[in-house]
Ligand binder design. Structure first.
Ligand code: SF4
Length: 343
């Protein structure tokens, strides 16, 4: 008989499961806190759970979904890449980035990705499968319990498209946010999408508390379709409209990300078009100079990066502009570089 994986279940789900197996509902609360607040990796450590139930759990349930395969600390900054192996021998990566008192963890939501964005190493893997909510949560448990710096932010910007795994991503975010789990503020959890419009609309209509980031990466449909095939389905105009709706409804800035690629989307004309698109939208624009991988795209030179960002800065209306240099480029941990490599 296959063992049941408890990791990733919500408090309500654990409570119902405990009742189903003849235990009191409050055991569900205990399991929740042991797994998420205390991060235990063995049922034996549940000191307030009676021996016979602990034995039942040992024999019938799984509590740990990932094994650490490799830890790669950056020599250039305080970031670390962790390569995990799943129970079915798939590989995923998680990045811990420490900058002064900020500790951001970049989480993966899928093994590989179906979307094939031209500049992304994960996209070249194709989609292997979605991660379970337990596998998403285990990434954060490992980082929390193995780094001195408390986690301040979580970003769903690792391997995979989070909105192609919507339910598991939201379940994991709820556990991160729960005061009995990781107790992270909702605005410290950001979910980034390349623009899966139906799920953006679902996210907005469900009034999800978490921050939304949209990976735009081009200022017109011709360039965007060239680098992101998903644009054939949902255009820039639709994404901007959805971003605006999120900002207006939540009274919160939506984040737009723009990976800057040499000769593709980095001209002065692109910058002007982008400024025009963002006029009047309360948003944050993160310009991310490309981190080169095995593909054919290149990072623009520093002069081009600064000219591009200065145009946007000069024309800004309600948006704010930041140029983000990815951490961990020396360990292939920068934006677009994750590929679950074992060596
Ligand atoms: S950028 Fe994101 S959505 Fe696009 S291929 Fe990479 S992981 Fe998938």
């Amino acid at each position: 008989m296959d063992k049941i994986c408890l990791k990733g279940m919500s408090g309500d789900e654990l409570q119902s499961w405990c009742l189903e197996v003849g235990q009191s509902g409050y055991r569900g609360q205990q399991l929740f806190e042991w797994m998420y607040r205390h991060g235990i990796s063995s049922f034996k450590n549940m000191s307030n759970v009676n021996k016979s139930f602990r034995e039942y759990l040992e024999n019938n349930c799984i509590i740990q979904t990932l094994k650490v395969e490799k830890i790669s600390p950056s020599k250039a900054d305080k970031s670390t890449k962790i390569l995990f192996r799943t129970i079915d021998d798939k590989f995923i990566e998680t990045i811990s980035m420490i900058d002064k008192d900020r500790h951001t963890v970049c989480i993966s939501s899928q093994v590989g990705c179906a979307l094939d964005c031209g500049f992304c190493a994960t996209g070249r893997m194709g989609l292997k499968r979605n991660l379970s909510s337990g596998e998403i949560v285990d990434q954060l448990i490992f980082v929390r319990d193995n780094k001195k710096n408390p986690i301040t932010n979580v970003v769903f910007m690792g391997m995979g498209e989070p909105f192609h795994n919507y339910n598991n991503v939201i379940s994991a975010a709820d556990i991160f946010h729960s005061p009995r789990g990781f107790n992270l503020g909702a605005t410290r959890i950001t979910i980034s999408t390349v623009g899966i419009l139906p799920q953006i609309q679902q996210f907005i209509s469900e009034k999800q508390r978490y921050k939304l980031a949209i990976s735009l990466n081009a200022a017109n449909d011709v360039s965007r379709t060239l680098i992101m095939p998903v644009n054939k389905k949902w255009s820039i105009t639709e994404l901007i409209k959805a971003g605006k709706k999120y900002s207006n409804m939540k009274k919160r800035e939506v984040m737009f990300e723009y990976v800057l690629l040499k000769g593709i989307n980095d001209s002065a004309d692109d910058a002007h078009q982008l400024a025009h698109l963002l006029q009047g939208i309360p948003c944050k624009l993160n310009i991310i100079p490309y981190n080169e991988t095995e593909g054919s795209y290149q990072r623009p030179d520093e002069i081009t990066i600064s000219q591009f960002s200065e145009i946007l800065y000069d024309l800004r209306d309600k948006y704010r502009v930041f140029v983000r240099c990815s951490k961990g480029r020396d360990i292939n941990a920068g934006c677009g570089q994750l590929a679950g490599r074992q060596a």
